[in-house]
Design a protein around this ligand. Sequence first.
Ligand code: ADP
Ligand code: MG
Length: 731
Amino acid sequence: MNSLRFKVVSEAFAKSPVHVESPSSNTSDYFGCQVFGPKQMAKYLSKETYRAFSRVLRGEAQFSPDVAEQVAAGMKTWAMDLGATHYTHWFQPLTEGTAEKHDSFIEYEGMPGGSVIEEFSGKLLAQREADGSSFPNGGIRNTFEARGYTAWDTSSPAFVVDDTLCIPTVFVSYTGEALDYKTPLLRALHSVDEAATAVCHYFDKEVRKVYTYLGWEQEYFLIDEGLYAARPDLLLTGRTLIGHESAKNQQLSDHYFGAIPPRVQAFMKELEFEAYRYAIPCKTRHNEVAPNQFELAPIYGETNLAVDQNLLLMSLMHRVAARHGFRVLLHEKPFAGVNGSGKHNNFSLGTDTGIGLLTPGRTQEENLRFITFLVNVLMAVYRHNGLIKASVMTAGNAHRLGGHEAPPAIISAFLGSQISAVLDRFANASPEEALVFDPVRRMQLGLPYIPEVMLDNTDRNRTSPFAFTGNRFEFRAVGSSVGCGCTMIALTSAVAAQLMDFKAEVDSLIQKGEGKENAIVQVLQRYIRESAPIRFEGNGYSGQWREEATRRGLDCECSVPLCYDAYLSPSSLEMFAKTGVLSEAELRARNEVKWDTYTKKVQIEARVLGDIVLGSVIPVATRYQSMLLDNVYRMHQIYPSDKAAALAEPDTATIEQLSVHIAAAKTAVEAMVEERKRANVIADVRSRAIEYHDKVLPYFETIRYHIDHLELLVDDDLWPFPKYREMLFIN
Ligand code: ADP
Ligand code: MG
């Protein structure tokens, strides 16, 4: 009997929920208590500093060294009151998570060796040198300048985790090239703000700022930590590389929205308490489709902050899970045969005057504005569909996209029948007709009064990657394990560039003497026709859609390394240059990192798979085989040969099946290792990634096929790794 597996299984069964104490009956009592927000500032900063710093936060003043010094002093006292002894610049390098290097507050008061005091200067708060070389940078350091620095993004407040004050920062090279996700995101948000505000002025001169809103929904799996530790594939790659499907998985759809298991409920409760401390406004929690899969979603907020909160939440999830004897799996596809995890990004634009620009209105004017923004978003997604797909493509997410559970690996937009009809009528009306104010004809002519309630979530298409859901678009192709930054950079830059084009076209018509409304209508009508190929209301999983999408000229590439080419297409280069979000050099460097990361992920998985097969599975299968052989041998010693052969027939058949699968698995592993060696010597990072995708990856399925058959054949007592039924159903 395999001791580790059965030990962890019986321990997991015996666990009961951890008791969780509510910090207070009113969430508002402690909401944001770990964050240096307005309340904390008012308490720890002098009136003048508070006022000066508020002006910095509103973008009305520079963050001067003087103010920085005062803010740092107040922040230090606040953090120390919460028990902090260290501080760190918290940033988002081009890996999938965040990075931090903790320094303690202590400094010698005078001579080294003397007494120490706690110090935290404005300089340390505002800016620090960071060793760029330890983080992926795609050769930026060779091209530009070796050193990098981190600088506080004042729009994202500092927070205290455990004993450490964390300061959200950008990470850039000394010559200003972005080495992270935050820098281009801030540039992109700025660009959308300017472009959208300019377009808003056609309708309302009062608008001074347009915000980009993001509401993410985080899906994840929980697994008992003992079971996790007994699976080397989960431990090292975040997903199972082998494992036969459980006899029961999600066929009965009995997990989705079902009762939350008690141990999980305790975890969720504590996670929410933690999240509230960090001002993350968690709103919904529920079971997801797959067994042991769950979701958490906060109330949406400004994008930069929402991105940071999601990254912080992911790290809180790991911390809290450990206290409950769980591990959180954020991988997009931890288990074959059941749904994977995504991170829906709900995206909208809104003005400082409180108007949702993707919210249908009540008046003629409001609806023209709504259609303007809706159509420009559609047009942006149409023009840059390949890029937007590339922005969600990773080695992990590739297992999810294109499966019959997640959006397909083709970007299309779903509007629902009502809005579709509105756009089609609008596109075909004469400009004068489109603007007629008559309430009856308005209904017919595409600028109808649309009751909001009818639009809210009426018809939803779960197979669409980019769906309009009443007042926002829901981008569903984002992976669960990565931050939202990468995708939001691509999406918001594309929208910004599109709004700039729109404004230029409308202005040029106006200059030629066209009336403002007519000019807007004319350009929108052309856009609706031009972007028609991106609209798809049918089943995104069907085979016909792929053919149809190819005919429509949409990007249908599904090889991850080839998808990344979209970042360097002429239209992407032009779009990123025009919005000032990323230069060609930055884009090239980022792609190097993407290709290299892809290669490394597949490489690690291939090694782990090889080790498991050669080091554990084949030896166990061979041991079982020799037990059977022993049995056959003894039969022959007791019975006459004919009878022995007949009696031993089931065993000999199994012995042969075992041989077949053992041999096939071994051959496949050896061939995979050869391919890996061939790929490893390819110098060009893109070609190497392509080789890994085309030549190494395909072996995974072959190997798994044989291993999963061995799992079915080998005595359950001998099987060393927790099985799917154990990982998916114990909680
Ligand atoms: P569903 O699973 O049905 O899509 P959820 O309630 O799980 O819905 O998540 C919806 C997400 O969309 C939440 O994060 C919510 O705050 C967010 N959201 C709602 N309205 C907007 C909006 N106008 N802009 C951006 N996000 C929004
Ligand atoms: Mg959703």
